[in-house]
Design a protein around this ligand. Structure first.
Ligand code: SAH
Length: 393
């Protein structure tokens, strides 16, 4: 039985947005299996889209296609081929062997993330629909990429909203190690695909890390929320005078230390600090410390708009402190990966931070996620990472 929408609630689908919320539905068959395929009909009964059904989620259906076409292995093969083909046109492999191959809704496969780390794919299935087709998709990925190893990192909290349990295990192949060496520009990183954050590495910041390198020479750099050292390694490799890396995760810092070693970078110019950035920035302020370049790349403080107000205060807090710690002419690389805060609001928060820090600053660059994390024009939620490079006058 199809899902019939309430009158006028077909508008978002006509704009090709792929989500249908429970409140838009007039009639549904609640016995339909989780993740199975269902037609979405307008109130007058005409066909709008074919979707996956998520009985437990507020996002009750996610569109596979707006065409009247079968949803089967062949459908997913085409979508996977398109995503692979698109990546091959970016010349990504010139710079790296680690990149996002499938970016969920933005690549026409809601709920499915696939990241490539050299000869391993890491798959994250976040919704009932992607879960329903997971085994088929895994076979297709092996066939279409030629990569035999797939590790599954379906352990993100959002799966709970779909009534799905966390999964963290090998899905295809026979991996002997979960520490995967990758290359990013001319640098090397070890990625822990089994225990690292997300699928193991923050691939979305790749080109921003490279950009940071271009500004790093002879600067005293403070890298806040450093994880396994992405920005720190680029800074050291580009002759930063000193780099301090802060993270609350001891595991991340220990991998950072290894990443410095495998790149033969000067350890004497680097200091790791395990701790809370919010507290350490205050301590540095009280000690009248100063830096030439500060990176703020906090975790997702506002997953949805409902968290935006509280998150805005936290973003403002750290950015205000960073503006105070910067020397004149110093650079702030500041980011938000919060879906609940859009680029306009983020810029306003940073402006408020500069104002309260009594600092004049200019934006010299707007930053975003890399091309391997494309954003469908019909799905603005796909644009989650925003960043600014500011210069303190
Ligand atoms: N810039 C990194 C990614 C940062 S992810 C890169 O390019 O790889 C955010 C990091 O913030 C995570 O490593 C997490 O452990 C850390 N973190 C979260 N809350 C923190 C806090 N209050 N203080 C310090 N680190 C924190």
């Amino acid at each position: 039985m199809p899902i019939i929408l309430k009158p006028t609630r077909e508008k978002s689908l006509q704009r090709r947005h792929p989500w249908i919320f429970s409140g838009a539905i007039q009639q549904e068959d609640k016995a339909l299996a989780s993740g199975s395929t269902v037609d979405l009909l307008a109130n007058d009964g005409h066909f709008l889209a074919r979707a996956s059904y998520s009985p437990q989620s507020q996002i009750r259906a996610r569109v596979w296609t707006f065409n009247d076409e079968p949803i089967d292995a062949n459908f997913f093969r085409k979508r996977i081929q398109e995503a692979i083909q698109q990546r091959s046109t970016f010349n990504l492999e010139h710079d790296t062997n680690a990149y996002r191959l499938i970016h969920a809704e933005s690549d026409g496969i809601p709920g499915l993330i696939v990241d490539r780390y050299d000869n391993v794919l890491v798959l994250q299935s976040l919704t009932a629909g992607s879960e329903f087709w997971k085994e088929t998709i895994a076979d297709l990925l092996v066939e279409e990429t030629g990569i035999q190893n797939i590790y599954e990192r379906s352990d993100a909290d959002v799966r709970e909203l779909e009534g799905l349990p966390p999964i963290n295990k090998t899905l295809r192949g026979n991996l002997s190690s979960f520490a995967i060496p990758i290359q990013e520009y001319k640098l090397k990183f070890n990625v822990d695909i089994a225990h690292g954050h997300k699928t193991g590495f923050y691939l979305d910041q790749r080109h921003n890390r490279n950009r940071l390198g271009e500004f790093a020479k002879d600067r005293d750099v403070l890298n806040c929320f450093c994880y396994t050292g992405g920005f720190s390694i680029h800074a050291l490799a580009h002759d930063a005078k000193s780099v301090i890396s802060i993270d609350s995760s001891a595991d991340a810092l220990s991998l950072l230390q290894k990443n410095i070693a495998i790149n033969n970078l000067p350890t004497e110019r680097h200091t790791s600090m395990e701790g809370d950035v919010f507290q350490l920035l205050r301590k540095f302020r009280d000690e009248a410390r100063s830096f030439d370049l500060i990176i703020l790349d906090p975790p997702k403080l506002a997953p949805t708009a409902a968290h935006a107000e509280k998150a805005a205060r936290a973003y403002k807090d750290i950015n205000l402190l960073a503006f105070k710690l910067l020397r004149k002419g110093g650079l702030l690389f500041t980011y938000s990966c919060s879906g609940g805060i859009d680029a306009g609001l983020f810029q306003k928060i940073i402006a408020g931070a500069a104002l309260d820090a009594n600092v004049d600053a200019q934006i010299i660059e707007h930053l975003s996620q890399g091309a391997d994390h494309p954003v469908s024009l019909h799905f603005p939620e796909g644009a989650y990472l925003k960043g600014l490079i500011c210069i303190k006058n």
